[in-house]
Design a protein around this ligand. Structure first.
Ligand code: AMP
Ligand code: MG
Length: 288
């Protein structure tokens, strides 16, 4: 890609346009080392990130302020990906760049006994962002059509209904003012091997290693089929999926930050008007 846009050339794509999953998206055809929407390198991304983080932070503060003035809007960022795909790095480097007061982060693990007694969306509804918040899901209701499908944790007749239930659920969220941003961090099987090898080689990374990850690796192709179905059946007009190539961690972090920025900019949250008379207050302050 070029860095300057020649006359008459189309405007460069946003990350949203470059990454959005459409009806023809095939997970097995995406270059997981690619950097769609970005023509710079790792150093260029490193330079960009702090400025971007500032922009996102201010937009997040505005969204939060808007809710204090009665606004009902919120954002839900859903992060899915295979083991070692970099979900933790997104939490630290992208989500961690925002004011924790306005962020509601939930990591979804194997359901507890209590959670298992309820429909699969029960624990999800309880974790939704309140007005003004940016909710972040580290794994999500999609596990209920990913790990659950691959391992037949419930009968097929049950998980196959969930795609429609999820699409309906998310449409409701969007209609009530939540902007839903769904990200698949897409790594290659080879990259996962390298990352697992690194976890094994470094004592400071052993805590992240789970022997079960090797068993899951054996099901790689079934997981990719399950992700393909997720994209086909739940990448909707109101809540599309973004497939982020994630073999390069620096790109994945930049891309998720950009997706947040683009969605927040489109929402254009406004500082609420003061519910007091500013001049009167300035006057009063003068006399103290
Ligand atoms: P981690 O993200 O490495 O802490 O692992 C969390 C584990 O919880 C993963 O192995 C997920 O597959 C699993 N998990 C999350 N949600 C569900 C679910 N609804 N049903 C079964 N397993 C789940
Ligand atoms: Mg894990």
């Amino acid at each position: 890609m070029q860095t300057t846009v020649p006359k008459g050339a189309p405007v460069p794509q946003t990350f949203g346009e470059a990454l959005r999953a459409g009806p023809t998206t095939r997970v097995d055809e995406i270059d997981t080392r690619g950097t769609p929407g970005f023509d710079g390198d790792k150093a260029a991304a490193a330079e960009l990130m702090p400025e971007l983080a500032d922009v996102v932070s201010e937009l997040q503060e505005r969204l939060y302020a808007e809710s204090k003035g009665g606004g009902q809007r919120s954002v839900l960022l859903v992060i899915q990906g295979m083991d070692t795909s970099g979900k933790g790095g997104i939490m630290r480097h992208v989500v961690g760049a925002m004011d924790p007061q306005g962020v509601a982060l939930t990591s979804f693990k194997v359901p507890s006994d209590e959670e298992r007694r309820h429909p699969f969306l029960w624990r999800i509804r309880r974790a939704l962002p309140r007005p003004g918040e940016i909710g972040v899901f580290d794994r999500s209701h999609y596990e209920d059509v990913l790990v659950v499908r691959v391992h037949d944790l419930v009968p097929r007749s049950q998980w196959s209904r969930r795609y429609g239930q999820i699409a309906t659920f998310e449409r409701g969220l969007v209609e009530s003012g939540t902007t839903v941003v769904k990200v698949m961090l897409h790594i290659s099987k080879d990259e996962q091997r390298a990352r697992l090898a690194e976890r094994l080689a470094r004592p400071d990374k052993h805590w992240k290693y789970n022997p079960g990850d090797i068993d899951e690796r054996e099901h790689w192709d079934e997981y990719m089929e399950a992700y393909q179905s997720v994209l086909e059946r739940t990448s909707t007009e109101s809540a599309p999926w973004y497939v982020v190539p994630a073999d390069r961690k620096w790109y994945a972090r930049l891309a998720v930050m950009q997706l947040l920025k683009e969605h927040l900019e489109a929402m254009d949250p406004r500082w609420p008007a003061a519910d007091f008379d500013v001049e009167v207050e300035q006057e009063r302050l003068e006399h103290t």
